[in-house]
Write a protein of this length. Structure first.
Length: 729
């Protein structure tokens, strides 16, 4: 029996771009010539819900009684306005109806409820937005108003990027989720199941793969699996993805297998390949990292002799079947990095499997998806980028690495420039000191527009305890290098790390204030520390001054762990003040506020000097160049003029070299011999060349005919070229 495979992402993940897991698996199956179909059920449900028909039905079934808020009553009263405008707004957010922005921005087109009350305070935050951006933001508020109505009057579990997330978060017991699944399907469930029914009848799969990346996808994954088991018991149903990989590693509740036949962990390629073999031949009985039910008991089987595939072998993510022109871009909040998550469509790729650092004590470094580090060659990455651009028509790439390696980023940037690709990309990094001024300029030239990285706690003591491998001073200098190159920097910030004192929280906030005031950070977000089962803190809590509240392992999900910090500090109370201050710092204001003004309770004075970051940025760069450093020229060929200079009866030949970059033109002058060497060497170190010369090779080339390379290298003409694109990498 030949297997027909249907891969889905259940509601809800992102509105603007598909979550890439299904595209990764489909791309892999292509390498085996196995046919598959994929769907993002999240965007399909959203489009069915947010339509004239969907809203009409929604308002018909909504529960409106005395307990309902005035806001929901207002939306219900304006239902005709919502039904009239919804299709046009969705088309606008899909980029198909740009002229609607002019009408939306006049602010008498969309019905307005409570979300629009934010507008006055957001006007200054957004500044003078362009018409399209402002239209997107107003349209987003309009959708959020409808969402508020749905939550209050139709389905309390609804959320744009999550559904019934509460049921999936740290659900040590399956009881609550199981009970919810025994209830009648909600209106949102019915929309999901009607779409699923159509797709199953059209595709008629024998194997149904559900990828569950987050807790907010879990409930709808089980609803989908439940419907298939009830209506098509012949179809084998399996779950994989980020949620089971982190949360379901100690699964033992048999009831889960009323819905799923298999649950796989970690890299999905070999587990899926083995499942296909099992479906096609029941005698196969070989599994890779798979939970299943045998004789009424949950068993974990990992008896396959097949090794996991190398990253070069897994194929290019394949986005076919997905409704790429139907995703909707929204602008929900003013955090510039979060905006990139929700606005625009991104092709997703990975530079390397796992994390090259793999030491941070709060991170799940014991799990394979982080522990096993394997980079992908830059040439193969560019091959995949070119294939995906051809397939999707989009040239934006989000590299979803745990932390992209600097050396591989350099190689990727050189390859992009060599191939003359016009791309836009961004990724997650560690603030390594190897991100020099010149490397940042190279990344910018290749199309890198933003990076995000963890400063976590801006305290050198805690950074050492976290084993982050960076210092605050180093982070300041690296963020300065990115910022000066024109690359936006977003910082992940953490509070409540084990043994963190109130003084360290205050000092961390002061460091963050200074980083924003210095202009080297553009975006940030505070997260409260969460202890997870697979991190060093979760595995060895006693080493970090914390105690688990319970040692019992649940029968369902196990990841977040409740703990008691030896400091006894109530870290939650800092949340509002930290986030409010950051909101203002991101918009370049309130740097002169005393830190106490952000909190309604007494905090100690900061012990950080007011010029700490300023002084860190004043440290002079090291001008010593390593012999093995690579030298690259980003510019083009100069036009050459020969001139003769005379002084006191002596005359000598000079060369005048004129260069044109995208913004301006500039001229340098050298003597004739050095100028001719310079023209020749610039051609050799041009970024389009496959071979990249080292500093030592350039020095040797110069000294084969001329003398005193060091003097020439530090001369005014070379200093000018260093400003305009001669990079030392």
């Amino acid at each position: 029996m030949k297997t027909k495979i249907f891969i889905v992402t259940p509601p809800f993940t992102q509105l603007n771009t598909p979550y890439p897991a299904s595209a990764y698996i489909k791309g892999f199956l292509n390498t085996l010539n196995i046919e598959s179909v994929q769907a993002d059920l999240g965007i399909e449900v959203i489009l069915k819900l947010f339509s004239k028909v969907g809203l009409s039905e929604l308002f018909e079934i909504a529960t409106i009684d005395d307990a309902v808020s005035d806001n929901s009553k207002r939306i219900f009263a304006l239902q005709e306005e919502y039904i009239k405008t919804i299709d046009a707004v969705i088309r606008f957010l899909q980029g198909k109806n740009p002229t609607l922005a002019l009408q939306i921005c006049q602010e008498d087109y969309l019905p307005e409820a409570s979300r629009f009350a934010q507008l006055e305070e957001l006007d200054w935050a957004f500044g003078t937005m362009g018409t399209q951006d402002k239209g997107k933001h107003l349209a987003t508020l309009y959708l959020e108003d409808i969402s508020d109505f749905i939550v209050e009057c139709v389905d309390a579990n609804f959320g744009f990027s999550r559904y019934a997330e509460r049921l999936g978060r740290s659900a040590n017991s399956f009881d609550e989720l199981y009970e919810a699944l025994q209830q009648e399907p909600t209106y949102i469930d019915q929309l999901l199941l009607s779409i699923l029914k159509e797709r199953i009848e059209a595709i008629q799969p024998t194997l149904f793969l559900i990828s569950v990346p987050f807790p907010g996808n879990l409930y709808s994954a089980f609803r989908s699996a439940q419907w298939i088991k009830n209506h098509h018991p012949e179809i084998k149903v399996t779950m994989g993805g980020g949620f089971p990989n982190t949360e379901l590693r100690s699964l033992s509740d048999e009831r889960v297998f009323e819905f799923f036949d298999y649950i796989t962990l970690d890299d999905g390629e070999v587990p899926v390949e083995e499942l296909i073999a099992n479906v096609e031949n029941s005698a196969h009985n070989s599994f890779k990292r798979t939970f299943l039910l045998e004789e009424g008991k949950v068993v974990y089987k990992n008896n396959s002799l097949k090794p996991d595939y190398k990253q070069a072998q897994v194929g290019t993510p394949d986005y076919s079947d997905l409704m790429l022109d139907k995703y909707i871009s929204v602008i929900e909040i003013v955090n510039p990095m979060h905006r990139m998550w929700s606005d625009g469509r991104w092709n997703k790729l990975t530079m390397a499997h796992g994390c090259y650092w793999g030491k941070c004590t709060f991170c799940d470094i014991s799990l394979d998806y982080i522990k096993i580090y394997e980079p992908v060659a830059a040439s193969l990455l560019c091959d995949r980028m070119e294939q995906m651009m051809e397939q999707t028509g989009e040239n934006g790439f989000h590299y979803v690495d745990e932390a992209a390696p600097p050396a591989l980023m350099r190689a990727l940037a050189l390859e992009i420039l060599r191939r003359k690709l016009s791309v836009t990309w961004w990724t997650n990094i560690r603030f390594e000191k190897s991100f020099s001024r010149d490397l940042c300029l190279l990344l910018k030239a290749s199309g890198c527009i933003a990076v995000s990285g963890g400063l976590e706690v801006a305290s050198d003591r805690l950074l050492k305890l976290i084993d982050k491998g960076v210092t605050v001073e180093q982070v300041a200098r690296v963020t300065r290098n990115f910022t000066e190159a024109g690359i936006m920097v977003h910082c992940y910030l953490m509070y409540g790390y084990p043994t963190q004192t109130v003084q360290e929280t205050v000092d961390s906030l002061e460091m963050v204030r200074q980083l924003f005031e210095a202009g080297v950070l553009q975006s940030g977000f505070w997260h409260q520390f969460a202890m997870t089962a697979h991190s060093p803190v979760g595995i060895h809590p006693e080493k970090f001054g914390v105690k688990k509240k319970t040692e019992a392992i649940g029968t369902f999900a196990n990841n977040d762990i409740d703990y008691i910090d030896s400091t006894g500090i109530e870290h939650e109370k800092f949340s509002f003040g930290l986030k409010k201050s950051l909101f203002n710092f991101m918009h370049g204001i309130c740097f002169d506020y005393d830190l106490q003004e952000w909190f309604e309770f007494k905090i100690p004075k900061t012990k950080i000097s007011g010029d700490y970051i300023f002084n860190a940025l004043e440290v002079a760069d090291d001008f010593n160049i390593k012999p093995a450093a690579k030298i690259v020229w980003l510019g083009g060929k100069p036009s050459v003029d020969y001139v003769t200079k005379s002084k006191k009866g002596n005359s000598w030949d000079m060369m005048s070299l004129t260069f044109h970059d995208k913004k301006e033109s500039f001229t340098i002058q050298t003597n004739k011999i050095e100028g001719e060497w310079l023209v020749a060497i610039l051609a050799k170190i041009a970024v389009v060349n496959t071979k990249v010369l080292t500093f030592q090779e350039i020095k040797a080339d110069f000294e084969s005919n001329l003398e005193d390379f060091e003097l020439f290298w530090h001369s005014k003409p070379i200093n000018t070229l260093r400003e305009f694109g001669v990079l030392v990498l």
